[in-house]
Design a protein around this ligand. Sequence first.
Ligand code: ATP
Ligand code: MG
Length: 400
Amino acid sequence: MCNAAGAQTPHPRDGAAVTLFKVLTRQGKKPDMAHANREEVLRALDQIIDPVSGRSVVQQDIIQGLVLRDGNVGFAVEVDPRRGREAEPLRLACERAVAALPGVLSVTAVLTAHQDAGPTVPQRPAQPHRAEPPAPAGIPGVNAIIAVASGKGGVGKSTVAANLAIALGQLGLKVGLMDADIYGPSVPRLFDIREKPKTTGKKIIPIEKYGIKIMSLGFLVREDEAVVWRGPMVQSALTQMLSDSTWAPLDILVIDMPPGTGDAQLTISQRVPLRGAIIVSTPQDLALIDARKGLAMFNKTQVPVLGIIENMSTFVCPHCGTESHIFGHGGARNEARKLAVPFLGEIPLVPAIRETSDLGIPIVVQAPDGKEAQAFRAIANAVAASVAIAARQAPRIVLE
Ligand SMILES: Nc1ncnc2c1ncn2[C@@H]1O[C@H](COP(=O)(O)OP(=O)(O)OP(=O)(O)O)[C@@H](O)[C@H]1O
Ligand SMILES: [Mg+2]
C-alpha cells in the first residue's frame, strides 16, 4: 500500500480522541496559501491501494462525502462492516496522503460501513409476526438515554439540557450530558470547560463538573474543522462519542441535540436506543410549528416523546418584578394538549439564566434555591418519572 504521508505530525488533540477524530494539521502551512482542490485530493487518494481488493480507493469508489472548505478536507472511507477496525491503516493512509498535499490545513477521515452490506450470518427465514425492528444496542451500564430537541434553533435546548442534567443529578441520579451539536457545540461554554478529556486505553473519559459526566465534540474538534463534516462523518463521530466514552454507570444520559431535523438528529433517533425525547419550544406559533416537526421526526423513528417544555415562558422584569409575556404564554402547554403529549413544565425568560450560562455556572448551580432552579428541578422530577413510565410502557419486544 502506498503511504504518501511521510513524516506527518498528528494534531495536538489526537491523543484525546483515539480513533474518533484523527485530525491532521500540517505544521508550517500558512492558512492563507492557495487551497488544494477536489481533483488534487482525489489524485492523492488514487495512490492509496486497498490491500483487500488490490485497487485504489478511488477506483473502488469507497471515498464518500468528500468536502473541502478553506483548506479543511473531510471524507469518509466506506468499507465492508466485517472489516471493522482492521481497515484503520487504510483510513490512516488516505488521511496522510491528503494531509501531505500543499494547501491542505486539516484532514478528517472517518471509517464508515456500507449501508447495503450483506448480513454476516446466514439469514433466518422470514418471520411473519415480527412486530418491530430490534432496538439499537444500548450502552452497557447506561440505564436510559434521552434527547433534548426542538425543530427550531435558539429556543434554549442547550440551556435546558444543561440545567436539566444538573437538576437530575441534584435529585440523586447519576447523570451524563452529551453535546451532539457538531457545528455549534454549546456545552464547553455552558460549563466553562476548556480542558481536553483524558483517555484510558481506547476510551475517552467524560469530564466531570457540577456532579455530572460531560462530553462534547467541542472538547475535541475546532469549529472550523467540524464545519466540513457531512452525513457519514457526523454519524460516525456521534455514534463513537456515545460508545467510546466511559459513561457507565449512569441512570440517565441527556443528549443536547443540534437544531433542526437533519443528519445528526436522524442518526441519533435511529441508531441510539433513546428512551425518549423532550421537545423544547418557546410559546409563539412559529417555534411551535417547528416543535411539531421535531415531534413528527421522533414519531416516525418510533422514539417516544416524553413531553414538551415551554422555555422563555414569562418575562420577569429584574427591576420591578412585573411579569410580561414577550413570546406569548401557554402556547406549548396548549400544543402538548392538542398533540396528546405530556407538558413537562415552563421556564421563565430571566436575564440571570443567560448571564449564568455565559459565565459557565448554570443557574441551578449558581442559585439552587431560586425560582428558576426550582422550575428546573420540578421538570427534572417530571422527566425522571416519565423516563420510568416509558421504560414500563414501551418495551421494544420482537415477537418471533
Ligand atoms: N429561559 C431563558 N431566559 C433567558 N435567556 C435564555 C433562556 N433560555 C435560553 N436563553 C438564552 O438564549 C440563547 C439561546 O439559548 P441556547 O443556546 O440554549 O439555545 P439552543 O436552542 O440550544 O440554540 P441552538 O439551536 O443554536 O443549539 C442563549 O443566549 C441563552 O443563554
Ligand atoms: Mg444548542
